[in-house]
Write a protein that binds this ligand. Structure first.
Ligand code: ADQ
Length: 471
């Protein structure tokens, strides 16, 4: 049977995972032959030509170190200061430095060079996310004829946002070198198809370019999910119960509204706290009866826009606290740290409302985890942004426009007032969708479409793989 080679920005390390990609992928390689390739997390003086192969908790990992300059241009630069904001339609937060693109391509070329000698002709290669768009091109230029698939964990941009990205035509040509391109949602497939069908040379500006031929690239939506059964079990575990007990002791009968996110401007955190502020302003009866807990560990904090988001959030939380707190009551708690999954599951379970309101999100696994952690006899309510990929599979959530803080505030009120019967009914629909879209089936579906007949799960024993941070 063909081996599976997973390629992502970061290779797995030890310790708890913080990013969604890490959480999802740690499961894939445990039950099939193959290895994981990517950056080691280490910076060196000289670019490294050969991969180092290691066994990490039973998983074969091949990794390369990067130079500080290349890593900066590739990761904080082109990937996270140009591609990430543009793909999330935040061109106002993009910073364009032209030399970053060279670093981005150099790292992709270095990855290809180091990966090529490790490949067998029938290996199936699965490349993850926006850091590695050019990888198939680089591998093909070195002679690779393998099946190569690409999965984009973030949304695909609208055409005008795409055109604002330097070298977008070259990047889209790179996309056409994959056999399969997977997106989170139909929305993304539609945006991509719109681009692929309407790309006329004139739309790229004055200089005519050759139209890109996508006819050999299969494109489809593969909505990612969580492991709902595991979260459901975790939510009833002793560690989760301990967390619930701790929270109950401090909250008493107050209803908990919970937000859990990486601290990222795409997650709509300031708008979320503003919506909560309006809830308290418009519904005095809720004061002392409700509490917002926002858990948001910092991420990518060397990038200016992330520091600014953090400052904005500090200011808004301070404003709401100053306005509504009383000596013996505080309306919100804001925690800037990551928690282990059992504690998170406990928090999810005790929260009457899961508040998941990104301005734009590929999927959003927190929504899945919240649903899976509920008590079937007394479930909470998911308030979900229409602009998360998750909105396509969770129509039973209270769907909101996160930019409209009045609407979000009203949805919060509805969620808090929702009778048990309606909560149960909505939750049953949500849980059925979370089960259908579980992470194991997601991986199998992608691999089966990339190389039919090869995604035979369960033939090898499954190991648990820990990943530091991939996102
Ligand atoms: P992220 O943007 O990182 O992922 P998300 O899908 O919500 O977003 O995943 C977050 C993951 O990190 C969840 O599994 C969550 O449990 C965990 N996490 C978040 N805050 C945490 C905390 N305080 N403590 C511990 N764990 C925490 C990207 C895309 C998403 C897409 C995923 C997967 O941006 O749209 O859903 O990849 O494809």
């Amino acid at each position: 049977m063909s081996r599976i080679v997973i390629v992502s920005n970061r290779t797995p390390g030890k310790g708890p995972a913080a990013g969604g990609l890490a959480v999802a992928l740690r499961k894939v390689l445990g039950n099939r032959e193959g290895f994981w390739f990517g950056w080691s997390g280490k910076l060196t003086e000289q670019p490294q030509a050969e991969a180092r192969i290691e066994d990490i908790d039973g998983l074969t990992v091949a990794q390369v170190d990067l130079t500080r300059e290349d890593h900066h241009a590739y990761y904080a630069g082109f990937s996270n200061s140009i591609l990430w904001p543009s793909f999330h339609l935040r061109l106002d937060l993009a910073t364009i430095e032209s030399y970053w693109y060279e670093g981005y391509r150099r790292v992709n070329a270095q990855f290809a060079k180091a990966l090529m000698p490790l490949l067998r002709p029938d290996d199936i290669i699965w490349v993850h996310d926006y850091h590695l768009i050019p990888l198939a091109s680089e591998l093909r230029n070195l002679g690779a004829r393998n099946r190569i698939g690409f999965y984009l964990h973030i949304p695909f941009p609208t055409a005008d946002a795409l055109y604002a990205i330097p070298h977008h035509a070259e990047l889209m040509r790179d996309v056409s070198r994959y056999d399969l391109v997977g997106f989170q949602a139909q929305r993304d497939v539609a945006a991509f198809t719109d681009f692929a069908q309407h790309q006329a040379p004139s739309t790229f500006g004055a200089r005519a370019i050759e139209a890109i031929d996508f006819s050999r690239t299969d494109v489809a939506a593969f909505p990612i999910g969580s492991d709902p059964e595991a979260f459901s079990r975790l939510a009833a575990s002793p560690a989760a119960k301990k967390m619930i007990h701790r929270m109950r002791r401090s909250l008493g009968d107050q209803a908990l509204i919970l937000g859990v996110d990486r601290l990222d401007y795409s997650k709509g955190l300031p708008q979320r706290v503003e919506a909560y502020e309006k809830l308290l302003a418009n519904n005095p009866r809720l004061r002392r009866n409700v509490h917002l807990l926002q858990v948001a560990p910092p991420s990518r904090d060397t990038i200016k826009e992330y520091q600014e988001t953090s400052d904005t959030l500090d200011a808004i939380c301070g404003r709401v606290m100053g306005h509504f707190s009383e000596p013996d009551w505080s309306p919100l708690t804001y925690v800037k740290r990551a928690y282990g999954q059992p504690s998170l599951a406990g928090l999810y379970r005790m929260a009457r409302v899961g508040l998941v309101t990104p301005l734009r999100d590929g999927m959003n696994l927190v929504a899945h985890e919240y649903v899976a952690s509920q008590d079937p006899a007394d479930p909470g309510v998911l308030v979900l942004s229409r602009f998360a990929g998750a909105a396509e599979i969770f129509p039973e959530a209270l769907l909101v426009n996160p930019f409209d803080t009045d609407e979000t505030s009203e949805a919060l009120r509805m969620a808090l007032d929702m009778p048990l019967e309606e909560r149960k009914e909505r939750w049953q629909g949500l849980m059925a969708a979370a089960r259908t879209h579980n992470v194991d089936d997601w991986a199998l579906r992608f691999l089966d479409r990339l190389a039919p007949g090869t995604a035979d799960a369960g033939s090898h024993s499954r190991d648990i793989i820990y990943l530091d941070s991939v996102a």
